[in-house]
Design a protein around this ligand. Structure first.
Ligand code: ATP
Length: 267
């Protein structure tokens, strides 16, 4: 009796405005996903198959999940999110059945984005895996992808930071045949991401996000989000010590403190 471990536990809402530094990538993904979901009849009329699978690759923490969730939100699609290692490890021996049920669930809604994070764990290259169970799971996933009707409705978005470990059969036409890399942010991208994560923060006049973007080379989106949270915490501690009644402003010093803590925690 395998249950489907749906889905988006925090049911967080996100929109394209929450994704920083990836406008070209988001535009390309929207092109591929929105038309098939919104106007599947176009593909039917043209007699061509709509894209079914899209692979996003790049290091974790750069916004792959964020993009998938934003697309689902903005297209009014049902968002189903699963995690490769979880399906394999927690449901060992039941993974095939579980996958079948997940794809079945996806087909029940008028439009669904099925997001598979860390797909490399579900579909490793069959030439390099030894276990029969693992091989069967790959086969099952291939069969399920082939069974997704080609006329829109379900778009499967997969994410991996190891694209070359994924079984090549999965990357053939009709499966995950579109690939987009989601790279660590540039300085301009970091500034945009900082902008997003400080949107609801009362910032003091001395906070220069461009400067913070310049000194955070190598920080990914998730790091920048953590940095902003940490600066907020530093401010809360300060305000608490000074005068709990006065309005709080997050100052540059709080970001500097957060940067020091961040560097210490990753050393
Ligand atoms: P994983 O492969 O681990 O799922 P991911 O690339 O999907 O990683 P997310 O889970 O989308 O990364 O990012 C984690 C968090 O970091 C997001 O919820 C968001 O707060 C922040 N973040 C990451 N990238 C960006 C970005 N480009 N713009 C704004 N926030 C970002």
């Amino acid at each position: 009796n395998t249950s489907i471990s749906v889905v988006d536990p925090q049911n967080r809402r996100s929109s394209y405005q929450d994704v920083g530094g990836l406008s070209a990538e988001v535009a390309r993904i929207r092109e591929m996903v929105e038309l098939p979901l919104h106007r599947p009849e176009i593909f039917a009329q043209l007699g061509v198959d709509a894209p079914r699978g899209l692979m996003l690759y790049g290091p974790p923490g750069c916004g792959k999940t964020l993009i998938a969730r934003a697309i689902a939100q903005q297209t009014d699609a049902f968002f189903l999110s699963i995690n490769g290692p979880e399906i394999i490890q927690k449901h060992y021996g039941e993974s095939e059945e579980l996958l079948r049920k997940i794809f079945e669930e996806a087909q029940k809604h008028p439009a669904t984005i099925l997001f598979i994070d860390e797909i490399d764990a579900l579909a490793p290259n069959r030439e390099t895996v030894l276990g029969e169970v693992e091989k069967r799971v790959v086969g099952q996933l291939l069969a399920l992808m082939d069974g997704v009707t080609s006329r829109g409705k379900v778009v499967v978005m997969a994410a991996t930071n190891l694209p070359n470990s994924v079984d090549p059969a999965l990357r053939r036409p009709g499966r995950f045949d579109r690939e987009i890399s989601i790279n660590p942010p540039t300085k301009a991208g970091r500034a945009e991401i900082l902008e997003i994560h400080t949107r609801f923060m009362p910032l003091a006049a001395d906070v220069d996000l461009e400067w913070i973007a310049a000194v955070t080379h190598g920080f990914l989106g998730a790091d920048l989000a953590a940095l902003c949270r940490e600066a907020g915490m530093a401010c809360a501690r300060d305000g608490h010590a000074e005068d709990a009644g006065s309005p709080f402003f997050v100052r540059l010093a709080h970001f500097q403190q957060a940067l020091v803590n961040f560097r210490l925690s990753t050393m």
